[in-house]
Design a protein around this ligand. Structure first.
Ligand code: ASP
Length: 340
């Protein structure tokens, strides 16, 4: 039995062409993409494809489009063995994280990939990325899918999507998963890190489409002013703030700052502490400079990435309005996004 894979083309560099008049890279239609990779027809895999009517640069990604993607996956879930989503790399980690929360009990592979160079260019990284992503989505062992989670495949490495961060806009290796091991490495063979993969379960796929985007990111820096903190905390309808702190979750101990955080929490706004560092975790209370945050009721984000924190908050706030429940879910490992 041939594996059935659905390719979903959202846009991104992988399918872009240079506009002859402006010289700018613009998304092109999907027919162009398949024409550029005749290898796709040689696969012993049944490939079908859908393309966004208007492919986008991923900087235009919106939660509404994540909802469309989740619904598309749900609609085709019983018809195919896996999904490959072609997506711009700029916000790929956000989309992968969002989908991981929206697709509860996912038991099939959803692999996002893209490229740094358009597929039509001679040195493109897009061909290898796409071909191997399809192979991974189709991989089965004892009749069961090897991958049953939302992943990013880029430059010979497969990552858990909600652990990734785009860290390089120049290198072909654009992504990093600093706090979780690589799920697979593609060399002559594709070597899976079986111990790190999500296990299959027998529960039915359940999609969550209520996302609440009334959140903010407050990145700390030496010299941050009260005006800025006040402006953010006075944002209309604000429900949660991601506090991007120093090191293991530390912040200024200046009286006005600690008082501002307390006031924000008193207003019922959730504050989630996420480190500015690429690797490592928030450990509130390790230093005196984070103890005040814990005391004020700031939730420790553990080793979550900002991308996963943004999308987890949107998902959790869309799921419940109960403050206690929101905090409980934030502290819980829902989709392998934090180390517990
Ligand atoms: N700006 C592009 C995008 O994210 C970059 C890429 O595709 O890698 O859509």
């Amino acid at each position: 039995m041939k594996s059935k894979i659905l390719l979903i083309y959202t846009g991104g560099t992988i399918g872009m062409m240079q506009d002859v008049t402006s010289g700018q890279l613009k998304p092109f239609d999907f027919k162009h993409l398949t024409k550029q990779i005749p290898e796709l027809s040689k696969f012993d895999i049944e490939l079908s494809a859908v393309s966004f009517d208007k492919p986008i640069d991923s900087s235009d990604m919106q939660p509404e489009i994540w909802v469309d993607l989740a619904k598309l996956i749900e609609k085709n879930y019983s018809k195919v063995d896996g999904f490959v989503i072609l997506h711009g790399s700029d916000t790929m980690s956000f989309t992968a994280s969002a989908l991981s929360f929206m697709l509860e009990n996912l038991n099939k592979p959803v692999i996002l990939t893209g490229s740094q160079l358009p597929i039509g260019t001679i040195r493109t990284d897009g061909k290898e990325n796409l071909i191997t992503a399809i192979e991974i989505a189709a991989a089965r062992e004892n009749g069961k899918p090897v991958i049953s989670e939302v992943c990013i495949y880029f430059e010979y490495q497969l990552y858990r999507g909600n652990r990734t961060h785009k860290f390089n806009s120049e290198h072909f290796q654009a992504f990093q998963s600093a706090n979780y091991p690589i799920l697979a490495e593609a060399g002559v063979h594709i070597k899976y890190n079986h111990g790190a993969l999500k296990k299959l379960n027998s529960s039915k796929l359940k999609i969550h489409t209520a996302l609440d985007a009334n959140i903010a990111i407050l990145k700390l820096f030496p010299g941050i002013t009260q005006n800025l903190v006040d402006a953010i905390s006075n944002t209309k309808n604000l429900k949660a703030i991601i506090l991007e702190t120093f090191g293991s979750g530390n912040a200024s101990t200046q009286k006005w700052f600690v008082e501002s955080i307390k006031k924000i929490i008193d207003k019922g706004i959730i504050v989630l502490n996420v480190t500015q560092c690429n690797a490592g975790a928030v450990d509130q209370g390790k230093y005196a400079t984070s103890a005040a945050l814990a005391k004020a009721g700031v939730v420790g984000g553990e080793d979550i990435t900002t991308e996963a924190a943004v999308t987890k908050l949107m998902y959790v706030l869309g799921t419940t309005k109960n403050e206690k429940e929101i905090k409980k879910l934030l502290l819980k490992d829902l989709r392998g996004e934090i180390t517990k």
